[in-house]
Design a protein around this ligand. Structure first.
Ligand SMILES: C[S@@+](CC[C@H](N)C(=O)[O-])C[C@H]1O[C@@H](n2cnc3c(N)ncnc32)[C@H](O)[C@@H]1O
Length: 348
């Protein structure tokens, strides 16, 4: 482990391939010098945890010999100030409406939350990422989660691709909505066990990063990771046809990973990425059957009873039934003519 010494970026090693740019330097000084204000669409950061003797990675790496050496830690007493400095930089480079995801363990979470509160960034969700390979214990519960803090920069439209992965009408076998399930704020995603392959300490799984990138950015947009480590964010971003930029202070880690990056083909993850299966769009323009009408009214009543607003319910049903907004509204109006009994919450 090397000590954390920001120093000056000076002339850091810079690696550019296909419009993706990476710097081998401290991210705070580097971002200030090389990344323009309001220029990044999405920031994903997994900062060092500031835990002396952090051994969690041993549980899923199993063999230390494949863990790339050179990880730079932050001393515990510096963690608060360190968090405040890099989070201010992240706020500066994000575009108005841009999103940031920060992965944090529990020990120093309070520093990260405090630093966020000192900025203008606004909380969107506090996600729990549940992983496998938790540390086995006998006298207490097994620790098997991280915190993912999802925030936005105010002042612009935030990208949130509601149907990035599952259409609103897609159902699981038991009838539950797959889109709803995918958007719950507890994510169960396994770590990748890569026997015999070189990896960074605490490498994040592609599935976790892909989820953030798919929901919170569009193809061609810029994704920045201030703590590249094994470059997993950059690799996933390039794989999903986004532009990646980032920083890694450790020369050893940087050198190892930049070699791999050159071989990547932009968009290589897209063929295997989950895509939404849209509702039966072919129903547009066709007459409503009695059965379909009955199902629509039942679903509408259920959504309203759950507190959905009329507009949101109509939009969701449009996607589920493969119908336009006016078509849905016409059927609802026929069933609930103005002046008739209210179809509001609890009603049908
Ligand atoms: C938790 S790891 C990131 C792991 C990465 N998300 C992955 O999936 O492989 C944190 C990384 O930040 C690097 N680091 C520590 N301090 C830094 C700084 N001030 N600027 C840039 N990188 C830093 C460490 O060397 C380490 O590789």
């Amino acid at each position: 482990m090397e000590p954390h010494d920001p120093g000056s970026p000076g002339e850091p090693a810079r690696f550019e391939v296909g419009g993706n740019v990476f710097y081998n330097c401290d991210c705070i000084l580097g971002a200030r010098e090389f990344v323009a204000e309001n220029s990044v669409d999405l920031v994903i950061c997994d900062p060092p945890y500031g835990i002396r003797g952090d051994k969690l990675h041993r549980h899923y790496n199993r063999s230390e010999e494949f863990v790339v050496d050179g990880y730079v830690e932050v001393a515990e007493p510096d963690y608060g100030e360190f968090s405040a400095r890099w989070i201010r930089e992240a706020e500066r480079i994000l575009r108005p409406g841009g999103s940031i995801y920060i992965v944090s363990g529990y020990t120093n979470l309070y520093h990260v939350l405090h630093a966020l509160r000192e900025t203008r960034l606004e909380e969107v969700n506090h996600v729990i990422w549940k992983y496998n390979f938790g540390v086995f214990t006998r006298q207490k519960y097994v620790s098997s989660h991280y915190h993912v803090l999802f925030y936005q920069k105010p002042g612009g439209r935030r990208t949130f691709n509601l149907e990035a992965r599952y259409g609103l009408g897609e159902r699981a076998e038991g009838g539950g909505s797959l889109n709803y399930r995918d958007r719950e704020d507890v994510w169960t995603i396994n770590r990748e066990y890569k026997p015999g392959r070189e990896k960074n300490k605490n490498e994040l799984p592609t599935a976790l990063l892909a989820k953030m990138i798919q929901y919170s950015s569009d193809e061609g947009e810029t994704v920045c990771d201030l703590f590249l480590g094994g470059f997993s964010t950059a690799i996933t971003a390039i794989g999903l046809n986004r532009r990646a930029i980032g920083f890694e202070v450790s020369p050893r880690i940087f050198e190892r990973r930049t070699r791999e990056i050159s071989a990547l083909i932009p968009g290589f993850l897209l063929p295997g990425a989950r895509r939404p299966v849209r509702g039966p769009a072919g129903r547009r323009g066709q007459a409503w059957t009695a059965d379909e009408t009955e199902r629509l009214l039942r679903e509408y009543g259920r959504l309203r009873a759950q507190g959905w607003g009329k507009g949101a319910a109509v939009e969701r049903l449009g996607s589920e039934f493969g119908r336009g907004r006016w078509s849905i509204e016409r059927v609802l109006k026929r069933a609930h003519p103005p002046g008739g009994p209210s179809p509001g919450p609890g009603g049908g």
